[in-house]
Design a protein around this ligand. Structure first.
Ligand code: SF4
Length: 408
């Protein structure tokens, strides 16, 4: 249980339009569409952040910041769709196109994954020729090779594509994936729900109602899921608020969402980048904070360091975010679009980032079960993590030598 801290704050907004909104927040009243737009339009970032931080403290204690030890897996970048913000997709045969077999995926991970890894985050292209069986085989092969690792896999857009491919219902697709090892669903593919934007950036994708219906079905089947919003391109503040309120309405109904993750749009190497540019740290921090304020029924708000940069993600921990994602390892999707962050962050670096923001790092699993609270002195944590890492490197080298001996 996170330490409680509901102490009041000294509240002196520079923007007087925020006063009635703040009164609602302190009274625990739900914010409206108009409140959301007013928050986005205000430049009083510190007041908005202060309110979001207060909500995070009331809801989650405000001291714990979650992370996990995970790996990203993108089985293929070949995709039948043509979202114009996407720098990751390739056509079959195009330079840089790839599609790994399930066995290749397992082989790539064999030496790198030990029992410290608790999650595989699996998303990728919608391969026009591979059948549903390919995706089931990826899950089965991973579950067989790494039975302790939770498989968080396939966005609602992928689920919808599998249903179209097979003629199965969304529910039946999900049931078959669960049988193959699916543990939960990521929140991707949501982009911006409003049709004015959606038809301009990803017209082939499942529409908002379909995306939401798939998550509703997943929640009914007992899966926890996440939700995202791709912001900072051609959408208006009204579109963002509409998006957040649609998520809030579904969460009222099902309670199945765990985390909301605002995803900053990256404009390099994609068509949309000709019309849109990088958004700012100011906008990012405000988006995190407004999300915390509007999504009063979401347990967690994530500052995904890969998208935001570690520096801005760290600041976001004082703007309502209480999760910073994980070690990741080999992120491809946003790096193709110009992300300048590393593709991997060591656990000790995540811990340092959280600790130097004055927060307590908490290692979690995918479902937010606490694995460990790192509340001891940083030097002790560093010594332990480095010793463990050394042990793992030696163990992997021993396993490699043994495999070579067996092959000889
Ligand atoms: S965002 Fe996903 S569905 Fe859209 S083109 Fe890229 S890989 Fe395909």
């Amino acid at each position: 249980m996170a330490p409680a801290n509901t102490s009041h704050i000294t509240f002196q907004p520079n923007d007087p339009t925020l006063i009635p909104i703040a009164e609602k927040v302190f009274a625990g009243e739900r914010l409206t569409f108009e409140d959301g737009v007013a928050l986005f339009r205000s430049f009083d970032l510190l007041t908005i952040g202060q309110l979001a931080d207060w909500v995070n403290r009331r809801r989650n204690g405000g001291e714990y910041v979650y992370f996990n030890v995970n790996r990203h897996i993108n089985p293929t970048n070949i995709c039948a769709y043509h979202c114009n913000f996407c720098s990751f997709r390739r056509d079959p045969g195009q330079e840089g196109a790839y599609a790994y077999t399930p066995q290749e995926i397992v082989a790539q991970l064999r030496d790198a994954v030990d029992e410290s890894v608790t999650e595989f985050h699996i998303v990728g292209g919608l391969h026009p020729e591979y059948g549903f069986e390919y995706y089931l085989d990826v899950l089965r092969a991973l579950k067989q090779a790494f039975p302790w690792v939770h498989l968080k896999a396939f966005t609602a857009v992928e689920i919808d594509f599998f249903a179209q491919m097979t003629g199965l219902s969304h529910e039946e697709v999900l049931r078959r994936l669960i049988d193959a090892g699916l543990g939960s669903m990521p929140g991707g593919g949501a982009e911006i729900f409003h049709p004015e934007v959606r038809r301009r950036i990803c017209p082939e994708k499942a529409d908002a109602d379909t995306w939401l219906a798939i998550h509703r079905t997943a929640h009914r089947l007992g899966l926890h899921t996440n939700a995202t919003m791709l912001y900072g391109h051609i959408e208006s503040y009204e579109h963002r608020v509409d998006h957040l309120l649609r998520l809030r309405a579904l969460q009222d109904e099902t309670g199945g969402f765990q985390t909301f993750i605002p995803l900053r749009y990256h404009p390099e190497n994609n068509q949309l980048g000709k019309r849109a540019t990088w958004t700012t740290a100011h906008d990012t921090l405000k988006t995190i904070a407004v999300s915390r304020l509007l999504l009063d029924n979401f347990p967690h708000i994530k500052a995904y360091w890969v998208m935001l940069t570690p520096e801005v993600a760290q600041l976001a921990l004082h703007f309502g975010a209480d999760d910073i994602d994980g070690t990741v390892v080999e992120e491809r999707i946003y790096h193709e679009a110009g992300a300048t962050t590393a593709q991997h962050m060591e656990k000790i670096e995540l811990i340092r980032l959280i600790r130097s923001a004055g927060k307590i790092p908490v290692e979690r699993d995918t479902l937010y079960n606490i694995r460990r609270v790192y509340d001891m002195p940083l030097e002790a944590i560093e010594a332990e993590v480095i010793a463990r890492r050394r042990e793992r490197i030696f163990a992997a080298a021993r396993a490699r030598r043994q495999r070579v001996r067996l092959q000889v």
